[in-house]
Design a protein around this ligand. Structure first.
Ligand code: ATP
Length: 348
């Protein structure tokens, strides 16, 4: 187990491209941190620097009390699980799981005991003598996990480990990985572009955008109090509604409608206003007109996609609520409104 700290870490690739801008954060001992962001935002680069697979251009990386910038990956006391499980096809599950230990010269009896232990934890006991080709995708992913677990590392690093699995299996493995990490108490850094994985697995989420940290926070902070329109629109499905509004004498208004809330800060003029679809209600007396174009049935709830004037807007309603396409009125919960600078996208 270990704390991981990044102090002024930066990555410039040999071609001069800066993939990670100067970045500092600390991951606590035993914490599960998810790095999330769109393709190309630098999350794998960051993870690979922690793993020692990518040189750090500038800054200091510590795992525990040790500065590891120049320490070989094999000596960093980490275990990594990748998207492609990279199992040895000619070896049994037992040999695959124990391979790393054997390479380190661990005595055979100790390897056998650790492999049995890991297999029990991962429900792989009955598959120990099979080859990878005789396993399902989820079982292969568990073997890759087993290989990481037997090493008993200070730190787990996961690089999109579930992206090769179908949606149902992903949900199941997500819960298994999280539960296993909890049980072992091992610090974990997990890279994904899937915001559902980030929300459900993380103790804290780090949202990256174009090599820069947009926000670090608990899933609840990130979801309810996004630091920017980028975070608001990246996290949540459907994303937070973001529409043009204005502040006039401390009153927040959408063009042509009554005030929606009182703004405490002393600013005025055009802004971007955000609200989550579930914080809007259909209400015949509601202050805002909403034109519904499409009704999306999702079983537990329904989504109405449409427009406020010319601005796209979505509303989530319960399965019992009645709704139809066309003109209706809505009420926006004032306490759920979030205000952003219309140019920088930063929270006001
Ligand atoms: P994805 O989800 O697509 O894997 P990512 O967020 O993990 O994306 P990285 O792989 O970290 O992104 O890449 C970050 C940026 O650095 C990208 O713009 C990528 O093109 C660039 N990059 C990656 N490797 C190199 C390299 N060896 N040389 C130059 N640029 C690179």
């Amino acid at each position: 187990m270990a704390q991981v700290s990044l102090e002024g870490i930066r990555k410039v690739y040999p071609n001069g491209f800066q993939a990670v801008q100067t970045t500092s954060f600390t991951i606590q001992d035993g914490e599960f941190v998810v790095l999330v962001g769109p393709s190309g935002c630098g999350k794998s680069t960051l993870l690979r620097m922690i793993a020692g697979l990518e040189e750090i251009t500038e800054g200091e990386l510590k795992i525990g009390d040790r500065v590891v910038n120049d320490v070989d990956p094999a000596d960093r006391d980490i275990a990594m699980v990748f998207q492609n499980y990279a199992l040895y096809p000619h070896m049994t599950v037992r040999k695959n799981i124990g391979y790393g230990l054997k390479n380190r010269g661990t005595p055979a009896s100790e390897i056998a005991a650790k492999v049995e232990d890991a297999a029990r934890m991962l429900n792989l006991t009955e598959y120990l003598d099979r080859k990878p080709a005789q396993l399902s995708g989820g079982q292969r992913q568990r073997v890759a996990m087993g290989r990481a677990v037997v090493r008993d590392p200070a730190l787990f690093l996961f690089d999109e480990p579930l992206s090769n699995l179908d949606a149902k299996l992903r949900n199941q493995m997500r819960i298994e990985i999280k539960a296993l990490q909890r049980r072992l108490g091992t610090t974990a850094v997990y890279v994904t572009h899937d915001q559902v994985e980030a929300m459900t697995m993380a103790d804290r989420i780090i949202v990256l955008n174009a090599g820069r940290i947009e926000q670090i926070g608990t899933p609840s902070e990130i979801y309810h109090n996004p630091a920017s329109t980028f975070v608001a629109s990246f996290m949540g499905a459907p994303p937070m509604n973001l529409i043009r509004a204005e502040v006039d004498q401390k009153q927040v208004k959408i063009n042509g409608y009554d005030a929606l809330m009182v703004a405490s800060e002393a600013f005025s003029g055009p802004i971007t206003m955000g609200i989550r679809p579930e914080d809007v209600e259909l209400d015949a007396q509601g202050q805002v007109k909403f034109h519904v174009d499409i009704l999306e049935e999702l079983g537990a709830h329904r989504l109405l996609h449409g427009r406020i004037d010319d601005q796209p807007f979505s509303v989530m309603i319960g399965k019992e609520d009645t709704a139809h396409t066309g003109e209706t009125r809505i009420k926006l919960k004032p306490e759920a409104l979030r205000l952003f600078d219309k140019d920088t996208g930063l929270r006001l």
